[in-house]
Design a binder for this molecule. Structure first.
Ligand code: IFM
Length: 484
């Protein structure tokens, strides 16, 4: 394990040479073209079309229409000055039956996207699974069925063979925690289950899917850089009485995913009803899941605060903490929050990076997502003055610099997101983009934060915290080449 340094560096505002600046999106959130060129439905098509599941009944049928606006979006990336683009592949576009026959037209879309990115010297960072499981696999049990894991390995093999060397980084799975928690425990995401037994199976199988995907990549592309993106959640105990709960929640939300991948075991402290049962874990599974990775992707948005005695809305298994009945996801009242209600605490990201540095034995870490939803609107002059987002980015990049100064190998940062998109159960009302999307027309408008992010990306340096800017201040010019 690399040892940590304390204190800042001489040039505390500069990022290391070669630091990767990127932005991210995912297929269902932006592509649209839900029934075009042979794409089959995913669990999110089914879920979004089920009344009452998504705010206002929004669906990803059209989304940002990126499937048809590929060139426009590559142009946005170019003008943004980023060196990398993280996108995901729509599984049912490439393998409409989940496995088996390949849909060549679907694959061609990603081929074109990758070619365009490479022409512009933007590194393609491909997420193999970002939540849009083919409905046909769901019909066979979804992630509760081991076959989904094998099928993810097959998808990885198809992508490796077709897109191979041009992909700079492969992200196997995105936030398995959310699949388990929201997809299988509280039902707020597709496939909308509320069943701990299915959740326990899904937990094991999605991690196994990571293992199979990694194996498929390794055998076809021995030099590929591959790893998962996860969203460990800091649980911060505000008093002695909530410490045990914080540990139990850490086991359930974090250790359950980190330990199998980084140590080859499930944590003993995991709540009993979520522990994958022995009969599901076959010989060799944990070895596959814990095969070496090249980097770890951190998606960070917010911490959770715990205080004993507040409202109980997050249950902790009594078996995990004898005698404990439950605890709260307590929001510290005096913290600024995003419109999602998430407290804005960059220092929690710094601490998480430090923890991951230790847990991964000093692997390169990438912040593969970080961003905020804000109440963005187009001014009559056609601008989006999203100063909150600029402050958010500034604060979190400061946290990255602090982690680097402490000796953590943070190799890149991908802002979430390139543009406003389908924010899952929230639909289109939550805007996370650096570009504003007028969903009626599909028009993209560069937000003020895009100019700021561009400045950081091309200079590889964090400027002093921007002064609050008057709403009618002119936008900076979008010229200049990036330094990478
Ligand atoms: O939009 C999502 C993304 O798909 C996964 N990580 C969190 C983002 C914001 O909620």
């Amino acid at each position: 394990m690399n040892s940590l340094k304390h204190g800042g560096s001489d040039d505390a505002r500069r990022f290391p040479e070669g630091f990767v600046w990127g932005v991210g999106t995912s297929s269902y959130q932006i592509e649209g073209a839900a029934a075009t060129d042979g794409r089959a439905p995913s669990i999110w098509d089914t879920f979004a079309h089920t009344p009452g599941k998504v705010n206002r009944g929004d669906t990803g049928d059209i989304a940002c229409n990126s499937y048809h606006r590929l060139d426009d979006d590559v142009q946005l990336l170019t003008e943004l000055g980023v060196g990398a683009y993280r996108f995901s592949v729509s599984w049912p576009r490439v393998l409409p039956n989940g496995s088996g026959a390949v849909n060549v037209l679907g694959l061609d879309y990603y081929r074109r996207l990758i070619d365009r990115l490479c022409e512009r010297d933007i590194k393609p960072v491909l997420t193999i699974y970002h939540w849009d499981l083919p409905q046909t696999l769901e019909d066979r049990g979804g992630w509760a069925n081991r076959d989904a894991a094998l099928a993810l390995g097959e998808l990885a093999a198809v992508l490796a063979e077709a897109l191979g060397e041009q992909v700079a980084m492969w992200i196997t799975i995105n936030e398995p925690l959310q699949t388990v928690q929201q997809g299988y425990l509280n039902g707020s995401h597709a496939p909308g289950r509320r069943d701990p037994a299915l959740a326990a199976a899904a937990l094991h199988h999605i991690l196994l899917g990571h293992g199979y995907a990694l194996q498929a990549l390794r055998s076809r592309l021995p030099d590929a850089a591959a790893g998962p993106s996860m969203d460990p959640q800091p649980f911060l105990a505000l008093d002695q009485g909530s410490r045990a709960a914080a540990e139990a929640l850490d086991a359930e939300y974090n250790r359950a995913y980190l330990d199998p991948v980084l140590r080859g075991s499930y944590p003993a402290a995991l709540r009993a009803d979520l522990m994958p049962p022995g009969e599901l874990i076959q010989d060799g599974d944990l070895a596959l899941i814990s095969a070496p990775i090249d980097f770890f992707g951190l998606n960070y948005y917010r911490p959770h605060y715990l205080r004993r005695g507040d409202r109980f809305d997050l249950r902790v298994g009594e078996s995990a903490i004898p005698g404990w009945r439950g605890t709260v996801r307590y929001m510290a009242p005096d913290l600024p929050r995003t419109v999602m209600g998430w407290p804005i605490v960059p220092a929690a990201m710094r601490d998480l990076l430090i923890r991951l540095h230790e847990e991964t034995g000093g692997l390169p870490l990438y912040v593969t997502e970080n961003g905020c939803a804000a109440d963005d609107y187009l001014t009559p002059e056609g601008r989006v003055d999203d100063h909150e987002r600029i402050a958010y980015i500034h604060g979190h990049l400061g946290a990255v610099l602090e982690a680097i100064a402490a000796g953590v190998n943070v190799a890149g940062y991908f802002h979430w997101s390139l543009m406003d998109n389908f924010e899952w159960a929230e639909g289109y009302r939550r805007r996370f983009g650096l570009h504003y999307v007028e969903f009626e027309s599909g028009r993209r408008v560069r937000k003020r934060s895009a100019y700021f992010y561009r400045q950081v990306a091309i200079s590889n340096e964090l400027p002093p915290a921007p002064e609050p800017v008057l709403a009618d201040a002119p936008l900076p010019a979008a010229t200049g080449a990036r330094s990478q």
